[in-house]
Write a protein that binds this ligand. Sequence first.
Ligand code: NAD
Ligand code: WQD
Length: 345
Amino acid sequence: MNILVTGGAGYIGSHTCVALIEAGHTVIVADNLCNSKADTIDKIKQITNGKIIFYKIDVTDEIAVNTIFATHQIDGIIHFAGLKAVGESIEKPLEYYYNNLISTMILCKACQKYGVKKIVFSSSATVYGNNVVPFKETMELLPTTNPYGETKAMSERIITDIVKVNPYMSAALLRYFNPVGAHESGLIGEAPNGTPNNLMPYITKVAKGQLEKLYVFGNDYPTVDGTGVRDYIHVMDLAEGHVAALNCISEGVHIYNLGTGQGTSVLQLVKVFEKANATEVPYEIINRRPGDIAECYANVSKAAKELGWKAKRGIVEMCRDAWIFEKYSELSKESDIEVAATKER
Ligand code: NAD
Ligand code: WQD
């Protein structure tokens, strides 16, 4: 299939491009690079030895989006493009509502106009709010505490309504849990701007000595050791989940949790990281982070049953690959990164 991947230069998008190309699809990326770099496209080519078509466009620009659909026969889209920082969405709500919702609407409009059959959307476990774990696709969505989460719930609704009136379309709304890790080549991975907000990239910066210590947000939750529990999923497993969804869906809207179904606490993750990478991650316990929930993990039986997809990589691989990417990310020559990453394993 010819697949339009919006946000394909970003963290999850780039790994999904690799999985799509390896599965034999033709990939067309649309990304404005507001949170990514153009050289990621070259790295995808290098990993896959394949071809990729790249448009540097903003997907809130309807004319630019339509030009892509008019130029290529698009069979399906995977819509990753969006702003994703929860805290920033509270500071800049309009930017989040505008970017994340207008992009979804423009893409839906183009899919309708050009008769595109398959839509895959990046949603988030955040739409479950404070439901009881494990989260199941059938649960009622609870209000989130931030505009980012609202844009995910609203985008799900917009896509659902569009598919209802276009019976030839099908959609997969994929609710990701906590994606971590990197492609095993060490060439692509998560490279947030500034100080990371998320746990794994913060840990890798501490291990590298770029940040002094990890601040653990609370140890008084009702969890195994008092620290927050999350369902971490290797980004390559997540990427492969998209390929499975694209292949399997037909008729109507299908919602899938993409996680491992396993909860890991902050301190458990730190310990595994230290052991897997023979390194140290000093930490200090501080207060809870406002808006955090105690536990978040998925019931993954629907994706296993209907998509035949299951996460294969464990916490050790997630920690190892995140670290390899971080460690060698400053090497400028791609061949040096590959040699270093190969030696590492
Ligand atoms: P990312 O920031 O690395 O990737 C998003 C990409 O979209 C970036 O390359 C950015 O340049 C691009 N982009 C943003 N707005 C755009 C626009 N208007 N036009 C064109 N390109 C635009 O983020 P990610 O972690 O890869 O997340 C991808 C998607 O998955 C997002 O929709 C995010 O909300 C969702 N998601 C992410 C997580 C996570 O923890 N990373 C969890 C759940 C859901
Ligand atoms: C994980 C755990 C923290 C940083 C966020 C979004 C969610 C989704 C994924 C997009 C929690 C603790 C963290 C630190 C810490 N993104 N922590 N010290 O909050 O589960 O999910 O990213 O859709 O919507 O909310 O991920 O990695 O920030 O936190 O102790 O410096 O690590 O309290 O228990 P979170 P996270």
